[in-house]
Design a protein around this ligand. Sequence first.
Ligand code: ADP
Ligand code: GN1
Ligand code: MG
Length: 344
Amino acid sequence: MGARVYSKEELAAALASMGVTDQTDVSRYGSGHINDTFKVETKRGVRFILQRVNTDIFDPVLLKNNILRVTSFLKSKGVASLEVVGYENPWRLYAFLEGYTSTDVVTEVAQAEQVAAAFAKFQNDLADIPPPRLDDIIVKFHDTPDRLRQLDEAAAKDVKGRKAKVAAELAFVEKRREECARIVNLMKSGDIPERVVHQDTKINNVMLAPDGTNVVIDLDTTMPGSALYDFGDMVRTSSAAAAEDEKDLSKVYSKKEYFEALVKGYLAGAKFLNEAEKANIAFSGRLLTLECGIRFLADYLNGDTYFHTAYDDHNLVRCHTQFKMVESMEAQADEYEAIVRKYC
Ligand code: ADP
Ligand code: GN1
Ligand code: MG
């Protein structure tokens, strides 16, 4: 889906509903695939992030409730997080995190360790959020077999006539179908516990501070799930040598030194993991990356209705990088298992 265009009046009305009338500039911001995000400059010199929640994907009422619960709980603990300045569905206004940067690819080893530490801390910080259980904002979000079912459905419908073009990609998935249920089965059996986790741990969902005190953002999918969803999805972008939409696949692979930094940073903070979780740390990277590739492929077949795209084959390009990452992790599986053992 290409970016929706908003009129100046529409943006001004949204801002006014949340008490801001002195904006000097409102411009598109960031590279998120889901919401519409704007940076707001004001006469006072204070900056904000204005966001229109994607209501095709989220139930805005449930989402607002979860976000307010999570952010206020973190605030009560003194944890640096997103600060909600206004929330008038489907719009919301966050304080601009000044002095932080955001990136789509890891550029140095230390960054990977810091990002992993930030997500381990996030899971620790939310472990004692008071009941009731947070809502399942997107049901079966990381249920990989269900993502396979959605891919099968998209291929069967083939609404855009794209299926013939992706025979190799579908065959790639087919070969790995069996292993897709491993984490959800371990959750069903109770071997892997449910925890409050982020579920969208890509590198640009962390704001990086020069001193490494990074802040986790994009809290929309913070809900009950497996800790491994977070670690696995982290490996997907934070061990990657190139961007998620790099077209030159020779540049795309999982970097062992970044993976090691992720394991080190995550395990130093995630002391709560049980044996079944630890045993599947390396596997989770492969699985969550495969799952994301499956989602890009399904969206491509569906005619690009879910993720924001900038050009026709954007989702297919993203699918290719994810599958290349999976192959790279498969080729290094023994080394990655050894790294996990070293830090466990
Ligand atoms: P999406 O759900 O579409 O991914 P995000 O909430 O992740 O949207 O926001 C998109 C991008 O906007 C982020 O990757 C980050 O670069 C930037 N961003 C979001 N919130 C803030 C904030 N409070 N301060 C500064 N930048 C932000
Ligand atoms: C989306 O919102 P964003 O861009 O941070 C998606 C993630 C995917 C990611 C792939 C709610 O994340 O699940 O892993 O794109 N978020 C949602 O880049 O579906
Ligand atoms: Mg995001």
